[in-house]
Design a protein around this ligand. Structure first.
Ligand code: ZN
Length: 371
């Protein structure tokens, strides 16, 4: 099938992250990496965006080379980032004359890594967050940025997007740009030791899900396909094993996350992510758990993966939450529909340009009712 115009964007000429370090204890490399970057810059400070989970974890914080001049911002992970949240951090930095750091460091799960990306893009470009939601709208290179993932699965450390929800427009959409790609990633599997089981599973499944969405799509890239296949293979090995959180499996999931992120940077997701975005926008559910809930309705679209996914939840004794439909109003179903159907690119990637003939409003709501 020929590639529809809507899918011909900047992802064709692929940019991956510039450098990575991998392995137990590799967080110790951060100091040297930062010093090198500081030498190249006029600026004397960096800005850290750290998952609020670590605010009380002195054993992690004390290992970071934070200087007096640096600014540390703890990122709230209660809710997924909104454009208002990003804009408020940005204007606060401007008010405090912190608009020109030599580096931005994101430490945490997908939320913290995405907030760091969004701010790194905004600082040199100005304006407001929603100006850049979409494909290739960021004009000037971002601030040099480093990702240190402490959760594996979203691939935020390797993707070319940072997902933000605009509450006014109901749009959950990233700044999809080459400038959103991190310059440096430090992958230290020691940092994922304390992740709760459920969260580990839900987040890990993001790698599995966006990899199979890419592989089942129209827009393909042979390098991306290979990365997706490895990511899926690793997820199978991890989530069909007796101890999904063993040292080896945590290390492997970090690789799967990175590979999956690099794969999706060359491609598009499919049906799961738009429906999952609907659950996030309309019902406030977090991305990774929303993906897993969406899987309840995916049998007719992704039969093999549907079977495999539910088997993995069984093997790991994971309960995927269900929507309490008795509490939902007709308006909320409308909102779910709107927030899902707006994602034209991934839906086109999954079903072609005529995707609305399959995904009628009634059909979409029927699918949501299965979740
Ligand atoms: Zn995802």
């Amino acid at each position: 099938m020929s590639i529809p115009d809507i899918l011909q964007t900047g992802i064709k000429n692929v940019r991956n992250i510039d450098r990575f370090v991998f392995g137990s204890g590799s967080i110790e490399e951060l100091e040297i990496i930062l010093l090198k970057q500081k030498d190249k810059s006029e600026s004397s400070y960096s800005i850290y965006f750290i998952d609020i989970f670590f605010q009380e974890k002195k054993n992690i914080l004390s290992r970071l080379p934070i200087n007096d001049a640096d600014r540390v911002i703890f990122v709230s992970t209660q809710d997924e980032p909104t454009t208002d949240y990003i804009d408020s951090i940005y204007s606060n930095l401007l008010e405090n004359n912190l608009s020109d750091p030599y580096a931005i460091i994101g430490i945490g799960g997908g939320i913290s890594l995405d907030v760091a990306k969004a701010i790194a893009n905004l600082l040199p470009n100005g304006g407001i967050c929603s100006d850049y939601q979409g494909w290739d709208l960021v004009k000037k290179p971002s601030v040099y940025k480093i990702a240190i993932p402490t959760l594996s699965g979203t691939g935020a450390e390797a993707t070319r997007t940072c997902v933000v929800t605009n509450k006014e427009t109901g749009l959950k959409l990233g700044m999809n740009s080459d400038y959103s790609v991190y310059n440096q990633v430090i992958m230290d599997p020691d940092l994922t030791k304390t992740v709760p089981r459920d969260q580990y599973f839900f987040t890990g499944m993001d790698a599995y899900i966006h990899s199979f969405e890419a592989l089942n799509g129209i827009y393909r890239n042979p390098i991306g396909d290979s990365l997706s296949q490895i990511s899926i293979q690793y997820c199978r090995e991890i989530f069909n094993s007796g101890d999904m959180q063993s040292d080896e499996n945590r290390s492997k999931l970090m690789v799967a996350s990175y590979m999956g992120g690099a794969a999706i940077a060359t491609s598009y997701v499919g049906l799961v992510h738009p429906f999952s975005a609907g659950l996030s926008v309309a019902l406030g559910l977090h991305h990774c758990v929303a993906n897993c809930m969406t899987m309840r309705a995916m049998e007719e679209f992704y039969k093999n993966e549907y079977d495999e996914f539910w088997l993995m939840t069984k093997t790991q004794s994971i309960d995927v939450p269900k929507i309490n439909h008795s509490l939902l109003s007709a308006n909320q179903y409308d909102a779910l529909y709107e927030a899902a159907i707006v994602h034209e690119k991934p839906l086109t990637n999954a079903l072609g340009t005529e995707f609305k003939t399959v995904l009628t409003k009634d059909k979409v709501i029927e699918l949501f009712k299965m979740m």
